[in-house]
Write a protein of this length. Structure first.
Length: 320
C-alpha cells in the first residue's frame, strides 16, 4: 500500500482527486490532507477539505492548515472557475472539523522523518508548503520517497500563455522544489491533463448514479463546466488534479519523458515551467519525469472503477 499525503487547495478538481484517492482503500493510505492558499484563500480551502472528508465518510483523516500566501510575494488572484467558495457555490453544510494545531510544513517535516523513505507527497496546489519544508529542514528532501505534482506545462499555460496556475501562484516555491534534489519527482501538467475531459454524457451519468458522492461531483462541476464554456466554448471540464490520483493507482495512465525542469520567477514568462528533455539537452541532468500525454479511456475506467464500480461497463460502452 502506498502511503500518501495530499497537499491541496480545494478546488473542484482537488475535491475529485481526494475522493478518488479515498475510494482506493487497498492501494492508497491517505495519511493526511495539508492545505495551501491557491484556488481560494487558505481558510476556505481548509473548510473545503473537511467538507470533502465529510462527503467521503472519512472524518478520521487529519487536516493541517498551511500557508496563507506565497513564500516571497503577496497573494495572487484566486481561480474564478471554482466559484467564490472554491467548491462551485453549492452551499455544502459547514463541517465540524478543526485543523490540527501543527502547521502543514511542520507536520510534513515530522511525518516523513518518522516514516523515512515511505511517504509519497502529492501536491495538487501551489508548492508553498513543500518549499517551506525544504527550507526549514535540510533532511526533509532525503526523507521523502517521491513527489507527484499537478502543475506546470511543457507548452501552453492556462493563466498566461506560458504559466500553469499552481506554478504561477508561487513560482519561487516551485523553483525551490525542482532544485531541492528529491529522489523522484513526477510533474503531471497541462500537456497530459487536457486529455482527461469530463464530457456532458459522463457528467450526466454521475447524476443518474444518484449516490451522495456522485451527486456531489455533479453539483460541484456545474460552475467548472460553465467556466470552461465561458472561457473556451468547450462543453465539459478538465479534471487536472484527478489525473495525479489516477497515476498513483495506475502508472500507465500517462506517458512521461525524463527532463530537467526549472521555473521562471519574473518577467514575461513568470510562473512558466521550462522543460529540457534530457535526450535532447545532453548538458542537463534529469530532475523530473514529465507527463506529456494521458490515456483518456484508461483514466475514466480508473475514476469510475474505484468510485462507482458497478457502472464501469456503462462507462466502457459510452467511450466506444
Amino acid at each position: 500500500m502506498r502511503k500518501i499525503i495530499i497537499d491541496t487547495d480545494p478546488g473542484i478538481d482537488d475535491a475529485l482527486a481526494i475522493l478518488l484517492a479515498l475510494s482506493a482503500r487497498e492501494e492508497l493510505d491517505v495519511l493526511a490532507l495539508t492545505t495551501v492558499n491557491g484556488n481560494v484563500d487558505v481558510e476556505k480551502v481548509t473548510k473545503n477539505a473537511f467538507k470533502i472528508l465529510d462527503v467521503a465518510g472519512r472524518t478520521d483523516i487529519p487536516v493541517y492548515k498551511g500557508n496563507r500566501k506565497p513564500l516571497m510575494r503577496e497573494n495572487s488572484m484566486p481561480a474564478d472557475c471554482h466559484g467564490d467558495d472554491g467548491l462551485g457555490n453549492i452551499g455544502v453544510a459547514e463541517s465540524a472539523g478543526v485543523p490540527e494545531e501543527e502547521s502543514a510544513a511542520d507536520f510534513l517535516i515530522r511525518k516523513v522523518r518518522e516514516e523515512k523513505g515511505e511517504i509519497t507527497l502529492v501536491p495538487i496546489g501551489p508548492l508553498t508548503n513543500i518549499a517551506e519544508a525544504v527550507q526549514k529542514d535540510p533532511a526533509f528532501v532525503k526523507n521523502v520517497k517521491e513527489v507527484v505534482i499537478m502543475g506546470g506545462a511543457v507548452h501552453e499555460g492556462n493563466v498566461t500563455p506560458y504559466a500553469e496556475f499552481n506554478f504561477w501562484v508561487d513560482p519561487e516555491a516551485a523553483k525551490i522544489v525542482f532544485q531541492a534534489g528529491f529522489e523522484k519527482i513526477v510533474m503531471v501538467g497541462l500537456d497530459a491533463t487536457k486529455h482527461v475531459w469530463l464530457n456532458p454524457a459522463l457528467r450526466e451519468l454521475l447524476y443518474q448514479i444518484n449516490t451522495p458522492v456522485s451527486r456531489f461531483i455533479h453539483k460541484v462541476t456545474r460552475v467548472y463546466a460553465d467556466a470552461h464554456w465561458r472561457q473556451h466554448q468547450k462543453l465539459g471540464s478538465e479534471l487536472c488534479d484527478v489525473l495525479v490520483t489516477a497515476y498513483l493507482l495506475d502508472n500507465g495512465v500517462i506517458d512521461t519523458i525524463d527532463a530537467f525542469v526549472d521555473v521562471e520567477t519574473q518577467g514575461l514568462c513568470e510562473g512558466a515551467s521550462v522543460v529540457y528533455p534530457v535526450m535532447k539537452y545532453k548538458d542537463k541532468m534529469k530532475n523530473c519525469e514529465v507527463a506529456v500525454n494521458a490515456d483518456t479511456g484508461r483514466f475514466f475506467e480508473i475514476f469510475f472503477g474505484y468510485l462507482f464500480p458497478e457502472y464501469l461497463d456503462t462507462v466502457k460502452k459510452m467511450q466506444g
